[in-house]
Design a protein around this ligand. Structure first.
Ligand code: ADP
Ligand code: MG
Length: 638
């Protein structure tokens, strides 16, 4: 009893189950604490407890799990949370922990659980206090005063703020919260924290968020709330216990910024794919030019009686031509298609396309073409626009295997929203089908090259990619709306024709004249393309000088000068490109005509020196007929 002698009389009721005098002393000390208090060793076993605790349950020597259950009957989730908090403190992960909960049972009681860690140097462990939640503020009187002092700030904040009670029930929301959530004061007051998460799928997330908020004192994450008929994405930040029994929840609507971010990511992805495919397509273009040109040469030199070989070569040409078509689409996707934009009437393009489509579409598809009268002209490449329409019609046809209606409509829209947010007047082309439509997954990948849902041999997945690139190159916009089972609507907006834009000279189509005699300087860095070009031109009677780049070409020009009747030059070459060559030879006073050939023939391309719009361009890959026709036309024009 020696130790007990020193304990004041009013502590003598402490349990005699205390195993050591030290524990007894501790229990006595704990008696000074309001409510039930227990001392835990680092393993979570009760070392000592005060009389409030023991009045309900003999605690000492028992694990905290058993004791907590006896002292405070809680819902199982709350028990788990409380125990997790205790463990966190015992393990030193947290200095202290506080939980404000309701007990189960009739009537439920609000209690506060506090866990305070003891210094590891002193042996570790923790003190657990359990008390009625009756400290100042929770009875409503002091609380109101504290509330009032924050009111002006609360009301003025542009961020939506909610104050909840200990159980997560909203008791007040500021005006910003009313606006954001589309609910008035009384509607807000009926909400609970969990309502900030989509019903159904959100309940687990809500429970988890609440537990973390209670355990860590704060939580930040995403929620979802139906406001009107729009699902909004919320950024939720919670701070627990800003006042006793009160939690603060700040809510921001991040729906728009999330959408913008997604759009930006999408645009960046397309840009990256564009760069990659553009580079590849450019190289393939050169290879195919060589294949086609040589196949043409072989064909030409085969006598008619070698029919079988001619047949094989012609298959080779067909395959290479199909490859050329794919390369053109890839170049279009990566915005490197050669475009000749000029003022164009959409009505005319639609009428011409309609005639073509009549042959393309099966009879069970009704084609409706219409245009608002007096549509303003567009600044576009008519061939490219027709290409887009035909590809859209092909997709519509494939989406309507059992027939339906395909509508192509031209209209004027005074305010089309551009990606940068400004609006501008444009002409829109709407292509709508009544086909099977697309789900979100397909829509998300629609514009990617090689994305197709069609079987091998049926789709290449290049149609929409090409359209995407062409629209971009036209500085237009494209919008696709689709519902599975209902159909698809593609709306392309193209800029109006601007009178300040000079219309480029139309491509000359003079026929090949036999027995030519002129000297032509052919400038091309790809050796095989150079060779094929020379052989074709020589077969037509031309004399051909060859240069591998602009610098070599200049040297030859200075030597042969006036003999040279025409310079045919690639645009992109090492050392000196076609643009520079053109500028230099004009500087030096040469006046002979000039013809560019290029895989990247966009006159608006980002190259520093612009192509002179009066100089014709022969896109690569060219065929025998195209090369000779362009050369003849350039010579005749000069
Ligand atoms: P492809 O037609 O070669 O498959 P596209 O780039 O033209 O390639 O189209 C990609 C995919 O988008 C198609 O495979 C199809 O799944 C879908 N798609 C395009 N247009 C439509 C449409 N009008 N209706 C339904 N699905 C479409
Ligand atoms: Mg297609």
């Amino acid at each position: 009893m020696s130790a007990l002698h020193r304990i004041p009389a009013n502590f003598t009721h402490m349990t005699m189950r205390s195993t050591t005098p030290a524990a007894a002393l501790m229990g006595g000390v704990l008696d000074a604490v309001k409510g039930a208090a227990i001392l835990l060793d680092p393993s979570g076993t009760v070392l000592a407890s005060n009389r409030h605790a023991n009045a309900r349950h003999s605690c000492d020597g028992q694990p905290i799990e058993t004791v907590l259950d006896a002292l405070a009957p809680l819902a199982s989730a709350d028990t788990a949370l409380a125990l997790a908090g205790v463990r966190a403190v015992l393990e030193g992960a947290q200095r202290s922990f506080m939980l404000d909960v309701s007990t189960i049972g009739e009537p439920p009681q609000r209690i506060v659980l506090r866990v305070t860690g003891l210094d590891a140097a002193a042996g570790g462990g923790a003190v657990v206090q359990l008390g009625a939640a009756s400290f100042p503020g929770t009875d409503g009187t002091v609380d109101r005063r504290q509330d009032m002092s924050f009111r002006p700030m609360f009301a003025a904040s542009l961020d939506a703020m909610l104050i909840t009670d200990a159980g997560g029930m909203v008791i007040s929301g500021n005006p910003a919260a009313h606006r954001l959530m589309g609910r008035n004061e009384s509607q807000l007051a009926g909400m609970v924290f969990g309502d900030l998460f989509t019903p159904g799928s959100g309940t687990a997330a809500a429970g988890d968020a609440w537990q973390r908020l209670m355990r860590d004192g704060q939580w930040r994450g995403e929620g979802r709330l139906l406001v009107g008929d729009m699902m909004r994405v919320l950024d939720i930040a919670g701070s627990a216990h800003i006042m006793p029994g009160r939690h603060l929840i700040t809510v921001r609507d991040i729906t728009e910024s999330q959408q913008l971010e997604a759009q930006l990511r999408q645009a960046q992805k397309m840009e990256a794919i564009g760069l990659l495919t553009g580079g590849m397509a450019h190289d393939f273009n050169n290879l195919l030019t060589v294949v086609l040109a040589n196949a043409d040469l072989v064909m030409e030199s085969l006598p008619p009686e070698m029919e079988e070989v001619r047949d094989e070569v012609s298959q080779m040409i067909q395959a290479a031509t199909r490859g050329t078509d794919m390369v053109r689409k890839l170049l279009a996707f990566s915005r490197r298609e050669s475009l000749e934009r000029r003022p164009v009437s959409l009505e005319v393009v639609l009428a011409e396309t309609q005639a073509l489509l009549a042959r393309l579409l099966p009879s069970n598809i009704t084609l409706v073409t219409e245009a608002t009268p007096d549509l303003p002209g567009i600044h576009a490449d008519p061939g490219a626009v027709q290409h887009m329409l035909i590809n859209l019609a092909t997709n519509a046809r494939d989406a309507m295997p059992t027939g339906g209606t395909l509508t192509m409509r031209g209209a004027f829209d005074p305010a089309v929203e551009m990606p940068d947010g400004v609006t501008s007047p444009m002409v829109t082309i709407t292509v709508q089908d009544s086909g099977r439509g697309m789900d979100d997954e397909v829509l998300a990948h629609l514009f990617e090259p090689f994305f197709t849902t069609k079987g091998p041999g049926e789709g290449t997945g290049l149609g929409m990619a090409m359209i995407y690139g062409l629209v971009q190159q036209h500085a237009g916009t494209i919008d696709v709306q689709s519902t599975v089972g209902r159909g698809t609507k593609v709306i392309i907006a193209l800029p109006l024709a601007d009178l300040r834009v000079a219309s480029p000279t139309p491509r000359a189509t003079t026929l090949v004249r036999e027995g030519a005699t002129e000297t032509i300087l052919l400038v091309e860095d790809e050796e095989m393309v150079r060779r094929a070009g020379r052989r074709i031109l020589e077969k037509h009677g031309y004399r051909v000088l060859l240069a591998g780049d602009g610098a070599e070409a200049l040297t030859l020009l200075r030597q042969h000068g006036s003999e040279i009747a025409l310079v045919v030059s690639d645009v992109v070459m090492p050392r000196m490109g076609g643009r520079e060559l053109y500028a230099s030879l004009r500087d030096e006073g040469f006046t002979m005509p000039f013809l560019f050939t290029s895989g990247y023939t966009d006159r608006m391309s980002s190259d520093t020196v612009a192509l002179d719009p009066s100089v014709p361009i022969l896109p690569k890959p060219w065929t025998w007929a195209e090369l000779t026709a362009s050369v003849r036309a350039a010579l005749d024009a000069g």
